[in-house]
Design a protein around this ligand. Structure first.
Ligand code: FO1
Length: 322
């Protein structure tokens, strides 16, 4: 018979690289626990007729250990022969799709065209790559992040990859979010969780779309789980990507205090970096328990260490039983 601890459930909310690193840390630190990673899909886009789901890909590649460690996305040791040939044909190739990575997108697109849900397809890919955690797209409906810069509206990948986020941003919206619904798998995972963690992902464009789904925020609030978040901001700068640039668009200060504003009423505690020790008062003022730790996750060992630190603190503070 399996021990009771097998049934303790961890749920991690994730965007791309930062969230995927955190999910890998938990996966390595607590391999015997049932864990689900709920992933943003509002960055998804279509290139060359293929449906690309970058944050799902990134979480899958991190958990399977196949990720390109330098980039933090894509597959290690991939080649770009197909992309070079597309360039020779005169096509745009600013979105880098590796030859082996293309297999993921071909497979996913084929299955979507056959009528399979993104959730099922993600399960098949995950199992094929040996992942025992459940990777759950936030929704099987289409939600699309749009970035408004002046009179132009860019797709997320145009903003993030093509423009390298070097444009002024006036507004961010999630097209389709009003009619989209979180999947039943997502709602059940939240309901059954013992521990919910918001990984250090961009609050606006990674966690924002997930929390904007109808009923999602309420599901988290109503869950009996211990809830925590890790700040994606250290000393006013994002660990990676444009979080510090986008937070003011939602009137959030790009700091640990701004992250506390974002998660106010949703989580018990916020993990902030030890170099942000001076922010503990501001975090506490916002009703969240500040916990100071090394949150940088330089490598897998750092991510595993952080996962253990988070659980140890939540055990000491709230009696988390994992
Ligand atoms: N990120 C880049 O910075 N440049 C790319 O060319 C790029 C291609 C790409 C292809 C497939 C995929 O799954 C992810 C890819 N990413 C690329 C990462 C992705 O744009 C971002 O990590 C997320 O959308 C932000 O979380």
């Amino acid at each position: 018979m399996k021990s009771a601890s097998v049934y303790k459930r961890i749920v991690i909310f994730s965007g791309g690289v930062g969230g995927a690193k955190m999910a890998r840390g938990f996966y390595l630190a607590y391999p015997e626990k049932q864990s689900s990673v709920i992933v943003n899909t509002a960055d998804d886009d279509v290139f060359y007729g293929l449906y690309i789901s970058p944050d799902l890909d990134t979480v899958i590649y991190h958990l399977s250990g196949l990720v390109n460690p330098e980039q933090g996305w894509g597959l290690a040791d991939d080649t770009y022969t197909t992309l070079k040939q597309l360039a020779a044909l005169g096509d745009e190739t600013w979105f880098k799709l590796g030859d082996r990575d293309l297999a993921t997108h071909l497979f996913r697109t084929k299955k979507l065209n056959e009528g399979m849900r993104l959730t099922e397809i993600t399960g098949i890919i995950s199992r094929a790559l040996g992942i025992s955690a459940r990777i759950l797209p936030m929704t099987d409906d289409r939600v699309v992040t749009k970035i408004r810069s002046g009179s132009k509206e860019l797709s997320f990948q145009e903003y993030f990859v093509k423009k390298r986020w070097q444009v002024h941003v006036d507004a961010v919206r999630f097209a389709g979010v009003e009619s989209a619904r979180p999947t039943t798998d997502v709602i059940i995972a939240i309901k059954e969780a013992n521990f919910i963690l918001f990984a250090p992902s961009n609050p606006v464009v990674s966690i924002g779309p997930i929390l904007s789904l109808k009923g999602l925020r309420e599901a988290v609030k109503n869950s009996g789980a211990i809830k925590a978040a890790v700040s994606p901001i250290i000393q006013g700068k994002a660990l990676k990507g444009p979080a510090a640039q986008l937070m003011p668009v939602w009137s959030l200060e790009p700091s640990a205090a701004g992250i506390a504003d974002f998660y106010r009423g949703l989580v018990n505690c916020l993990f902030i970096d030890h170099t942000d020790k001076k922010m503990t008062g501001a975090v506490r003022e916002r009703g969240l328990e500040p916990v100071v730790a090394d949150i940088t996750m330089e490598d897998s060992e750092g991510a595993t260490r952080l996962a253990r630190t988070i659980v140890d603190h939540c055990r000491a503070l709230y009696g988390l039983d994992l």
